[in-house]
Design a protein around this ligand. Sequence first.
Ligand code: IFM
Length: 469
Amino acid sequence: MDEVHDLECGNVRSSRNLTEVAPLATAPSRFPAGFLWGVSTAAHQVEGGNDNNQWAAWEQAGGIKSGDRSGQACDWWNNAERDFDLAREMGVNALRLSVEWSRIEPQEGQYDAQALRRYRQMLEALHQRGIRPMVCLHHFTHPLWFEQKGGFLRYDAANRFEGFARHVVSGLGDLCQSWVTFNEPNVYATLGYVLGEFPPGKRGQILTAVRLVNALARAHTQAYRAIHDLQPAAQVGWAHNFVVFQPADPRSVLDGWVTRLVNELFNESFVRLIEQGKLAFPLSLVSGDLNDVKGVCDFVGLNVYSRFHVAFDARLLSQMFARVFVPPHVPQGDHGVEQPYGEAYPAAIRLAVERVARIGKPIYVLENGVPDAQDRIRPWLIVNAVQELDRLIQAGQDIRGYFHWTLTDNFEWSEGWKLRFGLVALDPKTQQRTMRNSGRLYGAIARSNCISPEMVNQYFPAGIEPAPD
Ligand code: IFM
């Protein structure tokens, strides 16, 4: 692996303008001391050998479009330390990982001490490398026994989740103070119950998706209180996936209406529950008041990637008449316009931050990235994302960190191994890793807590503008 050279930012405001290498208006200043430059990961996507959760069953049942299996994944269960070394070499100071409930509580009420010990080792290994861990309790996967009992739609799900959360925090609390209860409740509900892409593979069940979001908000609240009970100084939040939806035709009343509807269900539902303790009318008829959920978080985590256009289509009843698509000639990662990954849109960070800032809590960008095996547009994305963050912080927004998704290429859910989000390329068959240039660039930014045109030039002398498609 190549050495990464440290580049000082110096007085970036008077140095060469970044517009020479990127479509940027201004060069950013130094980030606040203690700003977290991290990478995000998730248990099922990296550990390998997870065969006791609902995603393993989904894989076996043919739920992955390519037929791929997560298999050995990035082999973290045996050797996460290899990737932690790469994270240290890169220079990040934080890493978000999740714990796999199906390993820790493989049967209801039976906890596996060995599994928790392995997570302790991982957290210790991160600390030894100067990397602060942030632990997520539920990143899309849970044990088969829990799924078979109805998952989070069952009446006592919040109690089960609280029991798991207590067990984890009791066992790992001396090594971690930052907790994410749920990753992307809105994605889990939408892909699992409206689009059928995630287990349990239901389509068009919009009311069930709303009920699930409510149930996840209750479970989040109960876990939040349990974590604080055990660890009063803990910082607890959730990771919200924010997508920019834009009417396909700004003059069309129907496009505007269906865009607002999609936005309300996807972007607003969980956020409104935390902000106001209820959903907007008429969704509030399904949920009622959840007053005890209001204000329950110490920070808001944002996972921000993309923008979609939305058009009214009377044939799409099961999708609330919304045709969600990506127009041609916009920057995109490695997929056709039919795929649900959208336009790579760093400006989404500003819109997302401005929305959740109304909750009044610190904000972390907990995911941002693009599937890009050849590193065509990832550098452009990183530079633009960092500039967005800088502008927001200058404008007074309380943003505490940026975590890139992801460290090493990993198992991308229903797309399997097809999409490569890593700063480090992985061949899952040989387990060979190769640092991408975007990893070197991101590392240089993280180490200097700043970005300079020299960094961009060093790794991308030919420039980083995304080529038009
Ligand atoms: O890989 C996922 C991650 O698990 C959740 N957020 C989006 C990422 C990229 O699709």
